[in-house]
Design a protein around this ligand. Structure first.
Ligand code: PBG
Length: 330
């Protein structure tokens, strides 16, 4: 061990000037690291702001294309689409998820046509479509794993056929990556990427998202603790991730982000596989609201994202992607 003693070693030397600090910086954030989640809805208004997510909107198709154009102009080249479905179309099994004229499929086809280069990520889970707000089918009041798998497989194929480049199973059923990978392979979709929400915790940080997609009213006081992970656990995250890789995941993800960076670091160190972080709705809203109130400086957003990279994230899903992109470009 080298002895580092003052004054031969003065760490402030390399901190003295901005350009010097840049030279010794160990991690960077660029628009190549960012994915913008976008909410879409069947609505006549072009865009409607989500009350609990300042600066974030539900878009209709026209507005989605305008938004995507703006993102591309700012250097953001990946989007993740989440639908808010009209409650009249929801049922116990989430049947509307399998209708190729639903808003997600239309959006994917439109994006594939207008923005072939943009990476289109589609969530595989039933919660936007079920009248109980859970990610799978209910059997005797419980979310049934194996019946849900059959539906997820169909949903995954439909999303791929509609134009998704990346499927992101966020449902946390056991075995979903395997059935989705098998379905893709046997239908000739050998290049479709699976980004698995490998370590997805049962978190209260998802509150604003559930409002945005309209699942919170349906879910009520019910929790997702029988399928999403206990936030007390880290070893279990490694177990989940190992299984998803073995089942065919190309990229794994940790969610939420900021409070879970130990999980990101552990997964990246253990598996050396592309690892993403989802800075979720509640994290975004906390920071954004404090910035708007003037309680925190706007740089706190960039700090929170760069810290995800320092922890080992290769890319970050963040609602702040578009806003931060302008700062990164300036
Ligand atoms: C649904 C899904 C959720 C999020 C992404 N996909 C919510 C949930 O599991 O209840 C949360 C994203 C966010 O909070 O930003 N399967």
């Amino acid at each position: 061990m080298i002895k580092r003693t003052y004054p031969r070693s003065r760490l402030r030397r390399t901190r003295a000037k901005g350009y010097l600090r840049d030279l010794i910086a160990e991690n960077y954030l660029s628009t190549n690291d960012l994915i913008q989640p976008i909410f879409i809805a069947d609505q006549s208004e072009a865009k409607v702001e989500i009350p609990s997510m300042p600066g974030i909107y539900r878009h209709n198709l026209e507005s989605l294309y305008i938004e995507t154009e703006e993102l591309v102009n700012r250097g953001i080249k990946s989007v993740a689409i989440f639908p808010a479905i009209d409650s009249s179309k929801k049922d116990q099994k989430g049947s509307y998820a399998f209708d190729d004229k639903n808003i997600v499929c239309m959006a994917l086809r439109g994006l594939a046509d207008k923005f072939p280069e943009v990476i289109k990520i589609a969530d595989v889970a039933l919660d936007p479509f079920t009248d109980h707000g859970h990610d799978g089918v209910l059997l005797d009041g419980k979310v049934d794993n194996d019946q849900t798998l059959e539906l997820l497989q169909d949903q995954a194929l439909l999303l791929t056929q509609s134009g998704a480049d990346v499927l992101a199973p966020s449902d946390m059923m056991d075995g979903r990556v395997r059935v989705i990978r098998d379905a893709l392979e046997s239908n000739g979709f050998v290049d479709t990427v699976i980004l698995s929400y490998a370590a997805k915790y049962a978190s209260s940080f998802y509150g604003p998202f559930r409002e945005a997609v309209g699942s919170s009213a349906n879910l009520g006081k019910a929790s997702k603790k029988t399928y999403q992970m206990n936030f007390a656990n880290l070893d279990e995250a490694l177990h989940e991730t190992a299984m998803d890789i073995e089942e065919g995941a190309d990229i794994v993800m940790v969610k939420p982000g900021t409070a879970y960076l130990d999980v990101v670091h552990a997964i990246k160190s253990e598996f050396k596989i592309p690892t993403f972080v989802y800075q979720v709705s509640g994290e975004y809203s906390m920071l954004k609201l404090s910035i708007e109130k003037g309680w925190l400086d706007k740089d706190v957003m960039l700090e929170s994202l760069l810290c995800c990279k320092r922890a080992g994230a290769d890319a970050i899903l963040t609602y702040a992607a578009k806003q931060i992109a302008s700062e990164l470009n300036s």
